[in-house]
Design a binder for this molecule. Structure first.
Ligand SMILES: C[S@@+](CC[C@H](N)C(=O)[O-])C[C@H]1O[C@@H](n2cnc3c(N)ncnc32)[C@H](O)[C@@H]1O
Length: 271
């Protein structure tokens, strides 16, 4: 795969242990095709006590993303004293304020969620905000098989007299997915890499893969500024995209690098 030399200073296809604002300052303007990331919102989990400067991060993402590039921001809310934080929506409003289009608000539905609240329905989703800098340059819609296939009499022309002209037509064998995506989570769902679960908040490999295939082409550059266990980077590599991963935690960077190695070994086995 040809490596695009769009990025100053940093080598592509590596995970870097750094604060992501510092990391992104080493990336040229308008050079990244896609960001797929999940921030450490609402201190929901203990990320080794690291700081999270949301506004600064959002502005740097806006600077480095290409015109026509896309940012997938996977985020939920904490519930405190019976009150949802709405951090997810505040983030979205801020991204819009600094110039992004809110291209879509997608749902990441977890197939197997534990029961969590006694006085509300079990929360089984997070938002996947899809922000774009202008209209997305690339959209390769993922498809699913339709239930009914073959030939059927279809309405061809409804005239003013109200009479339907039906003609034989071929039903579409596939249709574009909706914007609610379901994934199994946990070992065997999110990933088969046991080491990934040393990180407390990974998203599924398939989620990253589906966005990468939707919004980029081979050879494009995918950034995860808070890459945790390296899910986005692993999927970018698996599908022949270039990647840059940042995480502030040495421990998580170690896990991410290990997962990239696991993938490289799989490539070797496949040869
Ligand atoms: C929700 S996790 C990401 C998990 C990742 N999507 C995965 O599948 O493994 C958020 C990550 O942000 C990292 N982080 C927090 N603040 C950061 C910062 N300022 N710069 C870079 N990474 C940061 C944390 O260490 C944590 O690994």
């Amino acid at each position: 795969m040809e490596t695009k030399n769009l990025i100053t200073e940093l080598p592509l296809n590596e995970i870097h242990c750094t604060d992501c604002v510092t990391g992104m300052q080493k990336i040229a303007n308008d050079s990244i095709d896609l960001v797929v990331t999940s921030p450490p919102y609402d201190n929901l989990r203990d990320y080794n006590g690291y700081q999270f400067d949301f506004e600064h991060i959002a502005k740097e993402i806006f600077r480095v993303i290409k015109k026509g590039g896309v940012v997938v921001w996977v985020v939920g809310d904490k519930v405190k004293n019976g009150n949802r934080s709405l951090t997810s929506l505040k983030h979205a409003l801020y991204f819009q304020e600094i110039g992004f289009n809110v291209h879509d608000i997608m749902i990441y539905e977890k197939k197997n969620t534990p029961f969590m609240r006694s006085n509300a329905y079990t929360n089984c989703y997070e938002f996947m905000f899809v922000f774009s800098k202008g209209s997305p340059t690339t959209f390769n819609p993922l498809k699913t098989k339709t239930i009914r296939q073959g030939k059927e009499k279809l309405v061809a022309n409804k005239k003013a007299d109200g009479i339907n002209n039906k003609v034989w037509g071929e039903l579409n064998s596939e249709k574009t997915l909706t914007n609610i995506w379901q994934y199994a989570v946990g070992l065997g769902g999110s990933t088969n890499d046991k080491i990934a679960f040393q990180h407390t908040a990974i998203f599924p490999e398939k989620l990253a893969k589906d966005h990468i295939l939707s919004w980029t082409n081979e050879g494009d550059v995918v950034l995860d500024p808070m890459c945790g266990s390296g899910t986005t980077c692993k999927m970018a590599k698996a599908y022949k995209r270039n990647f840059i991963g940042f995480d502030i935690s040495e421990e998580y960077v170690g896990i991410a690098k290990e997962r990239i190695k696991i993938l490289e070994n799989q490539f070797l086995l496949d040869l």
